[in-house]
Design a protein. Sequence first.
Length: 226
Amino acid sequence: MGVSINPSILSANLANLADECMAIKDYCNYFHVDVMDYHFVPNLTFGLPVVEHLLKVVDTPLDCHLMIENPERWASAYAEVGAQSVTFHFEAATSPMQVITNIKQHGSKVGLAIKPATKLEDVVEYFDYIDMLLVMTVEPGFSGQSFMADMMPKVRHARELIRQRDLPMTIQVDGGVSERTIEECAENGADVFVCGHGVFRAENPRAACINLRKLALDAQNGAWWT
């Protein structure tokens, strides 16, 4: 198994977003773009223009996390402009399969996100069609929240199901992931890590990416699921 470190640009200095991304682009796998509409979550952040701009200035793939209503209408647009991975929330979708199909039609990977209160059993039927499950380890909406360790059984259960069915899915964790929590996430089955403050607010963001990757890889080594 591998490790994907995906810094969240929500924690970057937005006045120097391009420069901050360029400084660490060779040390991460994706840049995580939190798209919020002030309806599905009580915050308003980025949209298509930011995604299009970033795609022009960095060659690192973009992982767009849509915390928006009506993903049936909007999700495919992010895939169409070139986002390599587009994740939508199960709770926001009227027809999750329609959203999955819309994203795949444009060649992007598909992620399905679930809030802390959503049961894993509610989304298992989509495992054969998605590339990634995002288990939120905070309530979606704001960066800098405290990590919810009680989400780890959900991560572990998801990994057990993926192994039983021999699926090529990854498991992403997002929220409060840092040097203090990434090992616990990796031990329980996560392999994609969204790190905001832990990277962009670090004294040395490059070193932070390197250290986070090492911690996750070391935790995976000998873990029950590897």
